[in-house]
Design a binder for this molecule. Structure first.
Ligand code: MN
Length: 296
């Protein structure tokens, strides 16, 4: 197998900021160093945060239109409900792939027991853009419990992967994506060394969220909290760093290459569509979350 290995062409260090009702996220992009990685609009690492009783906050009722949000929990649990009457819970290792499409109003909150008694929350939210032809598509949910997420490992066991989207080491994802997407959670022990084929048509980056890892043909060392944009090629080489285990997300997707008009929770192609989204939301056309008295 002789693949041209994609090298690191840029590193963006995540900054910490407040989101929703005030929870802390580490956000590699969008930011000053990296605006987006078409088709990806945003990546947030939520926590890891240890909340005391009554401290945990989330993102109460808010709308989305024109893209997809992907939530992947590592620790803790989130509760979700929306204007279509849908309600769910995402636990450690689970994935929720939500296509907001034409629009929903939803709330994303740490699970009730974490809000009340405290606990640890750690996870990710990724925003995946939709092409113009799909921006107003019907909202759709794909929820995959941890037990159904395919896993694989290298022959020496030093590299292990959970395949949320795409394919790695013979494991293929169960999630269906509108455009070709790779979303994988890798654990690399010292000595791990894997090379994966990855179509040159996809833009790709790696986000290291624990320890460090070596990327590309030159083994560039990338540290926790850094996103590394990968250049052209047909292969991705991931290696463990010396002395510590690293964990990272490998993300790749086919660029949409359309104009992006974004503001807050709306991502459209033009300013006019953005304005329309605001007007539709203000007019209540996204609906609202109905709650019965016994739920708070
Ligand atoms: Mn949301």
């Amino acid at each position: 197998m002789s693949l041209r290995i994609r090298d690191v062409v840029r590193i963006a260090t995540a900054h910490r900021q407040r989101e929703g009702a005030g929870f802390i996220v580490r956000r590699p992009f969008p930011g000053f160093e990296l605006d987006m990685v078409d088709p990806f609009l945003l990546l947030d690492e939520m926590g890891p945060a240890d909340y005391g009783p009554g401290e945990a906050v989330g993102a109460p009722d808010h709308p989305h239109r024109g893209f997809e949000t992907v939530t992947y929990m590592l620790e803790g649990a989130f509760e979700h409900e929306d204007s279509a009457g849908y309600r769910g819970r995402i636990e450690a290792g689970d994935v929720q792939w939500m296509t907001a499409g034409a629009g929903i109003v939803h709330s994303e909150m740490p699970a009730r027991e974490i809000r009340e008694k405290g606990g640890r929350v750690h996870g990710f939210q990724l925003w995946v853009n939709l092409p113009a032809r799909l921006k107003m598509t019907r909202p759709r949910y794909q929820e995959v419990p941890s037990s159904r997420i395919p896993t694989a490992q290298s022959e020496d066991g030093r590299a292990r992967v959970r395949v949320i989207a795409g394919e790695a080491l013979g494991a293929g994802a169960v999630i269906d994506t509108h455009i070709p997407i790779v979303f994988q959670d890798w654990t690399l022990d010292p000595g791990a060394d894997v090379t994966l084929p990855l179509s040159d048509r996809l833009s790709a980056f790696v986000y290291v969220f624990q320890g460090s890892a070596r990327l590309g043909s030159d083994g560039r060392l990338v540290h926790e909290g850094q996103a590394a944009l990968l250049g052209p090629g047909e292969g991705v080489r991931l290696r463990g760093a010396e002395g510590e285990t690293g964990r990272l997300l490998l993300l790749a997707g086919e660029p949409i290459r359309e104009p992006v008009a974004r503001y807050g929770p709306f991502v459209m192609n033009t300013r006019e569509e953005l304005l329309q989204a605001f007007m539709d939301f203000e007019a209540g056309r996204f609906g609202e979350i109905t709650r019965t008295a016994e739920r708070k």
